[in-house]
Design a protein around this ligand. Sequence first.
Ligand code: SF4
Length: 296
Amino acid sequence: MSVSSIEWTEVTWNPVTGCDRISAGCDNCYALKMAKRLKAMGAAKYQTDGDPRTSGPGFGVAVHDDAITEPLRWRSPRKVFVNSMSDIAHARVSPAAQARIWAVMALTPRHQFQVLTKRPKRLANLLSDRAFYDQVKTALWEVAENFNGPIPVNDMDAALRWIDPRNRLSGAIPAPLPNVWLGTSIETDEYCWRADELRRTPAAIRFLSCEPLLGPLPSLDLTAIDWLIVGGESGPGFRPLDLDWVRELRDRCVQRRVSLFFKQVGGVRPKAGGRSLDGRTWDEYPTRVSAGVGHG
Ligand code: SF4
């Protein structure tokens, strides 16, 4: 577990590392730069190199089975950003690996997992596929058998009830896990289609990360969106944020009752521009989240 400096989460969990740039929001990917540093420091998870055209040293996609069970060890509930150093829906993350990740999330209803992707189409297809849940069921037993520690009986029972085909309508997939929030990133108007893919993904909570916001989003449809994160870019070469783009999103969130989290204005350093918009901060979380979620 790594305690995160990202304002809207508490800890990061990286059972997968590495990725490839796919759109303008990736141009200054902090994970790509950090992976290069971690590789140079000898960090074991960052020794796989990626394609130099789209990735970089230490940033090749790698699944870390020894990290998959980490949340089972964290006794107190946490907000967990899943794969802050990767993209869970990257084509090189196999359905079997994703099934193990889903199994761990099903076994730990005390945590709230925040899953964010720039590849929502693949995630939508995977989570709509009944065969995927057969893999999750197998993974539940594998994880439980191989985990070197206790799993509360109630959590195991609830996870098995959740995945059991006998508890579903014929042909149906299980209800979305209530402790898993699914999100997609949208940086410019041309990527507003990602919200459509997210909408067709079974999810208890859906969120958008409009960070780094690189332009106005007039095409953005907020239907069925529970939470919107917005922020400007930071670091050397940051692309400046126009606060009018944020104001327009704020007004629409208020009108549609979508919870809003304004992370940062951005600048050379993350805190350079502050977090205030017209004299106030926006630190809202999805309102449909209930305390002590379970999935019995
Ligand atoms: S999708 Fe995310 S992790 Fe992957 S390169 Fe783009 S910004 Fe980085």
